[in-house]
Design a protein around this ligand. Structure first.
Ligand SMILES: *[C@@H]1O[C@H](CO)[C@@H](O)[C@H](O)[C@H]1NC(C)=O
Ligand SMILES: *[C@@H]1O[C@H](CO)[C@@H](O)[C@H](O)[C@H]1NC(C)=O
Length: 466
């Protein structure tokens, strides 16, 4: 009968009988496949987010609306008409009574020297980094990359240098500082870190986004500059990324995509948030009436680039069909907004200002519960620029909403005009009782019902769909 020994005996003969010319290409293909997968794996190492931390300033820096206007009376040269204009916008701004202003402005009398401003930004930045290092237990010496972002404060040595000095990082640390890069800089930094982590194996990248409003505060009376004064508040976040394979089991999230859009080649986009001096010589940032259109345009362009990476096939087909019909004028149809809820469990848009957030919700097919974290973030912490998407994510965590396998989408937009997205996958259920979460003591008070709060959208031209 047939036995194993017989097979063995016959094996050499059988191999001889086989047509090797048929096997050779197959082997080649397998080899190519193997090598290319090794090569690709080498080319794109996984990027993990070990953890992040948001700074919660002390109560002494809490600044309600009337207190805010009072500070302006002391510090600014604004006349009562300007104060009234700011008050009218503030009450409809979506901001609550507990946001924070810089310590050096809250003091009596305010001291706005560079030294005091530096101290203020250090407390925000180091506060966030201290909490992050404590959370992760990472030794600062193992950090190979530091990226600092801040919307407007520009000091020498830079913010990133301050981090290197304070935590005594190694001599070979790679340092980048993004200043004057708007509120999307923090997520843009994720893209930069992703590229750097590809080139530098086995290291950590530390991203810090402290926000200091002082240098942006406008002391004159031009309405288009006063608009920038009231939504910005103090806050800061620190994020630790890793490309060490062993961190997969410790990390919170894995980076799936980062997508960046820059629309500054259009003049209206470029000038929509523009720093200059007014006729009296007061410096400030002009916000143009076209801001809403520009912002929604940049967000849509970013989403068009992100869509193909994340959307399921059915949504891509719907979008493409709609696009073709409109392109060739085959029928009168509205632009189809892809349903991102089929690809993503949580979205955390940058807070911007209330009118921008309202437009985002309306135009991108989200509902109130989807943007709850961002609205509460605007209410509690104000617009903390690059740190804002991290406060929003902390809100989701404190609510116990982030479960293993969930996909999270952060999207931020700001001057330039620029828009950046980062999409993450949760590698584990995220604890909702971390004492360093800035929401943890008060999360039971949220969400606050803001449905009756009107917006100050009339200061902008209505957004038109691009
Ligand atoms: C402001 O702070 C700086 C640096 O700490 C100090 O030298 C200066 O005297 C202070 N100015 C006022 C008016 O208090
Ligand atoms: C980095 O920081 C320095 C000093 O603060 C500043 O002059 C420079 O413009 C910054 N670079 C970028 C790219 O933001």
């Amino acid at each position: 009968m047939f036995s194993f020994n017989m097979i063995l005996d016959e094996l050499p003969e059988r191999i001889n009988q086989l047509n090797l010319s048929f096997i050779a290409p197959l082997l080649c293909l397998a080899l190519i496949f193997l090598l290319s997968s090794i090569f690709l794996a080498k080319r794109s190492p996984k990027v993990f987010l070990l953890d992040f931390a948001c700074y919660k300033p002390p109560v002494t820096q809490m600044c309600g609306k009337e207190k805010f206007l009072d500070r302006f009376r002391i510090y600014g040269n604004s006349n009562e008409a300007s104060i009234d204009f700011m008050r009218k916008c503030l009450v409809r701004s979506g901001l609550g009574e507990k946001t924070y202003m810089p310590s050096n402005l809250m003091r009596d009398p305010p001291n706005l020297s560079l030294e005091e401003t530096r101290k203020e930004v250090e407390s925000v930045m180091f506060g966030a980094v201290d909490a992050l290092l404590e959370k992760t237990g990472v030794n600062p010496k193992d950090i190979g990359i530091v990226i600092a972002t801040c919307t407007i404060l520009n000091v020498e040595p830079s913010l990133a240098d301050m981090v290197v000095n304070r935590y005594k990082l190694g001599d070979h640390v790679l340092v980048y500082n993004f200043t004057s890069m708007g509120c999307s800089a923090g997520l843009r930094a994720i893209g930069l870190a992703q590229g750097l982590l590809k080139a530098h194996p086995n290291t950590y990248a530390l991203l810090v986004s402290p926000e200091n409003t002082m240098q942006m505060i406008y002391r004159g009376n031009g309405k288009s500059k006063l608009l920038m004064n009231f939504p910005l508040r103090v806050g800061g976040a620190a994020v630790l990324l890793s490309n060490k394979p062993a961190d997969q089991c410790k990390a919170k999230f894995q980076l799936l995509h980062s997508v960046h859009t820059h629309t500054a080649s259009s003049d209206s986009s470029y000038q929509s948030i523009y720093e200059s001096e007014d006729d009296e010589g007061f410096g400030g940032v002009t916000v143009s009436r076209e801001l809403l259109s520009v912002a929604i345009g940049a967000v849509e362009a970013n989403i068009r680039a992100l869509g193909p990476l994340v959307l399921p096939l059915s949504e891509k087909v719907r979008y493409l069909t709609n696009y073709i019909i409109r392109y060739f004028n085959m029928a009168e149809v509205k632009p189809y907004t892809p349903n991102f809820k089929k690809a993503i469990e949580h979205v955390f848009p940058h807070v911007g200002t209330k009118p921008v957030l309202d437009e985002f919700e309306k135009n991108m097919g989200f509902d109130a519960s989807d943007v709850e974290a961002s609205r509460m973030n605007l209410y509690r912490f104000g617009n903390t620029c690059s740190a804002s998407v991290w406060y929003a994510l902390s809100y989701g965590e404190a609510k116990g909403k982030i479960k293993r396998g969930d996909r999270l989408w952060q999207i931020a937009f700001g001057s330039g005009f620029k828009c950046s997205s980062a999409v993450w996958r949760a590698l584990r259920n995220v604890d909702d009782d971390d004492e360093r979460n800035p929401w943890i003591d008060e999360i039971h008070e949220f969400p606050v019902d803001l449905r009756n709060m009107k917006s100050f959208a009339e200061v902008f031209d209505p957004a038109k769909k691009m």
